[in-house]
Design a protein around this ligand. Structure first.
Ligand SMILES: [Fe+2]
Ligand SMILES: [Fe+2]
Length: 198
């Protein structure tokens, strides 16, 4: 596999994992609203923790600090798209704060909270899907076209670098997240995860 394929494959793999968790949240929230599922707050808070932390500690910094500057260095054509994607990275936190607040309301039994949570989970899933689509339809094809071998070689350690080597056991290290992802998949009910249907 070429260096380019490894970098692009790693980025697409991160998109798929994050999308799977966000889609699980959207479906679970919908089923809760419809009353076909009972809330499991450990699962719900865990889903939100993953969606909040993984992009913030791994994916967005890799894009902002490595991929986007590499593309900017080869062409000014995507400057506006990259600016917009950077703004969306910044906006992502506020969406998650809102989701957390609504989940808290749901746990407190506030009337209407389940519907509000389902609506927010759905709009967040749409926001995230549009964001990734923009990266996959504009940024990655341009990168594939214009980046040179030395650019891909510089990017490879950045996409492979997960944990701070001095802090390898921190909760934001990649092995920890991978294990957390496996646990999540195991507790999210079928058909969205591998957990027991409820
Ligand atoms: Fe992004
Ligand atoms: Fe991305």
């Amino acid at each position: 596999m070429s260096t380019r394929q490894q970098v692009v494959g790693a980025i697409l793999g991160e998109h798929r994992a994050l999308s799977a968790v966000i889609e699980a949240l959207r479906h679970v929230a919908q089923a809760l609203e419809q009353g076909s599922l009972k809330p499991d707050y450990v699962m719900l808070w865990s889903l939100i923790y993953y969606i909040d932390q993984y992009p913030e500690t791994h994916h967005h910094p890799m894009e902002e600090q490595a991929l986007f500057p590499a593309v900017r260095a080869r062409t000014p054509d995507l400057d506006e798209v990259l600016d917009e994607l950077g703004r969306q990275h910044g906006a992502s936190r506020a969406h998650l704060d809102e989701l957390r607040a609504l989940l808290g309301n749901m746990e407190a039994g506030i009337p209407g909270a389940r519907s509000a949570f389902a609506a927010k989970a759905s709009s967040y899933a749409g926001f995230h899907q549009r964001h990734m689509l923009l990266e996959e339809s504009r940024v990655l094809p341009t990168a594939i076209e214009l980046l040179r071998e030395q650019d891909w070689e510089a990017l490879l350690p950045r996409v492979q670098q997960r944990a701070d080597p001095l802090d390898g056991h921190a909760v934001n290290s990649d092995p920890w997240f991978r294990e957390f992802f496996r646990r999540l998949v195991a507790i999210v009910p079928q058909p969205w995860g591998l957990g027991a249907p409820r």
